[in-house]
Design a protein around this ligand. Structure first.
Ligand code: SF4
Length: 215
C-alpha cells in the first residue's frame, strides 16, 4: 500500500471509530465522504417548512448549507440577515430554544464520542444542551481529537484565537495566536461544555465530513 493510501485508510478508520462512539452515546452520527454527500444527509434530516435556527458554523457556510436554509424551503430564522440589530440577534438566539432544529458546528469531536465546545455568549452550548427539538452538528473530520484534554488544547491553540481574529475581538490571542486566559471584554472562551452520553436518544445528530472544514 502506498504511504498516502495508508494515511487515508487511518483517517477513514478514525472517522468510523468516532461515528460508532457517538452512536454509543446516543448521538446519531453520519460519515459523509464528500461535501455533496453531507448536503444530501442534511436535507434528509431537516424537514421542509420546519423552524430552523443556527449557531456559528463556518462549515455550513463552506458547504452551501446556509444558502439552502435561506432558499425559502425552511422557516429559517436568520441571525445574520442584513440590517439585523444586536437586540434582534438576542431575540433570534432565544428563539433557538423553541425551534425544530438548531444547526451548529462544534469546536471538537472526541474519539470517545463527545462534543467539546467553548462559547463566548453561551447561546450555542446552551442550545446544544437543551431547547431545540433536534440539533444538527456539521463538522469536518479535522475536528476529531483523541479526548477532552486534546479537544481543549485544540480550541485554545486554534479555534478560539482564529475565531477571535475573525470577529475582531481585540483579545491577546489576536496578536500572536497564543491564549493568555484573558479577562478581555470580548473574551470568547467563557463557557466550556463537554457533551457526552445523552438521555434523549438521537436528539443530537452529527454529520462528519471527510476533510478540513471550519477551524
Ligand atoms: S481566553 Fe482570551 S486569550 Fe485565550 S483564547 Fe480565549 S479570547 Fe483568546
Amino acid at each position: 500500500m502506498y504511504f498516502k493510501d495508508a494515511i487515508k485508510k487511518c483517517e477513514d478508520l478514525k472517522i468510523r471509530r468516532t461515528v460508532e462512539a457517538l452512536k454509543k452515546n446516543h448521538i446519531e452520527a453520519f460519515y459523509a465522504k464528500t461535501p455533496e454527500e453531507a448536503v444530501i444527509i442534511f436535507k434528509d434530516l431537516v424537514r421542509e417548512n420546519s423552524v430552523v435556527t443556527a449557531g456559528g458554523c463556518m462549515t455550513s457556510i463552506e458547504l452551501g448549507i446556509v444558502e439552502i436554509l435561506r432558499s425559502g424551503v425552511y422557516n429559517y430564522i436568520d441571525r445574520e440577515r442584513p440590517g439585523i440589530t444586536p437586540e434582534e440577534v438576542q431575540v433570534v438566539q432565544r428563539q433557538a430554544f423553541t425551534a425544530d432544529y438548531f444547526i451548529t458546528g462544534t469546536n471538537a469531536i472526541t474519539e470517545k464520542g463527545e462534543l467539546f465546545n467553548i462559547d463566548g455568549n453561551g447561546n450555542r452550548v446552551a442550545a446544544i444542551s437543551f431547547g431545540p427539538k433536534e440539533v444538527i452538528v456539521i463538522a469536518g473530520s479535522n475536528k476529531i481529537v483523541r479526548d477532552a484534554e486534546e479537544a481543549r488544547k485544540r480550541v485554545k491553540e486554534i479555534s478560539a484565537p482564529a475565531n477571535a481574529m475573525r470577529l475582531d475581538c481585540n483579545t491577546p490571542c489576536t496578536i500572536d495566536g497564543i491564549c493568555r486566559n484573558c479577562a478581555s471584554e470580548k473574551r470568547i472562551c467563557c463557557t466550556e461544555v463537554l457533551t457526552g452520553y445523552q438521555r434523549i436518544k438521537n436528539r443530537i445528530k452529527v454529520i462528519i465530513v471527510d476533510g478540513d472544514f471550519g477551524f
